[in-house]
Design a protein around this ligand. Structure first.
Ligand code: FE2
Ligand code: FE2
Length: 189
């Protein structure tokens, strides 16, 4: 039976999509002459998404542990989640419509990998809606001065699932995209 390659199920890229990253392993990326400023910037964006996720989880955990003032928890969570979802939406858009179509033409070996990344973006879009809903389920009652321990506990669960899915996507995407850039040079704009 074929492996389940959906974002929610897989534990990494299948061997046939790891051909390029085996030729260009992570420890050679930054020193490679084709490692461009644009690639560095793109990896930094991924780093930002990862750190906002960690921060959101920490805020929820502190609140659940009774270490955070409720209104401050709400204000910070609202601000970071808005920034995070907006940023991620724009990031997926530019990948789907700008970078990926250019990259797909460079190397036939990567075609199936881009189908997988595209399916990830669709899966993530559902998870983003779930994250927005779980966040609003905390923020609304909080504004009415209600206790939000239950919805905050649920939100912590949704945030932690999201972190796992997003990290899987970002890591696999980096392992597909960066080796392709290194192999084909800076033909991206
Ligand atoms: Fe992506
Ligand atoms: Fe990305």
């Amino acid at each position: 039976m074929a492996d389940d390659l959906t974002l929610d199920a897989r534990e990494g890229l299948p061997a046939e999509m790891r051909v390029l990253v085996e030729e260009y392993p992570r420890d050679m990326w930054e020193g490679h002459p084709n490692f461009s400023g644009l690639t560095a910037f793109w990896l930094q964006m991924h780093g930002k998404f990862r750190s906002v996720q960690t921060e959101l989880l920490r805020l929820s955990q502190d609140y659940l542990d009774g270490k955070a003032e409720p209104m401050r928890y709400g204000a910070m969570t609202s601000r970071y989640t808005g920034f995070f979802l907006e940023g991620l939406h724009g990031h997926h858009n530019i990948e789907d419509h700008h970078y990926f179509p250019q990259m797909m033409q460079l190397d036939g070996r990567a075609e199936r990998a881009f189908d997988l990344l595209d399916a990830d973006h669709q899966a993530l879009s559902h998870h983003m809606n779930a994250l927005a809903d779980a966040t609003n389920a905390v923020l609304r009652p909080l504004q009415d001065g209600k206790d939000v321990r239950d919805p905050a506990g649920k939100l912590h669960g949704v945030q932690s699932d999201f972190q796992r899915f997003l990290d899987r996507h970002l890591t696999d995407e980096e392992d597909v995209v960066v080796p392709l850039i290194l192999a084909h040079g800076e033909n991206f704009h």
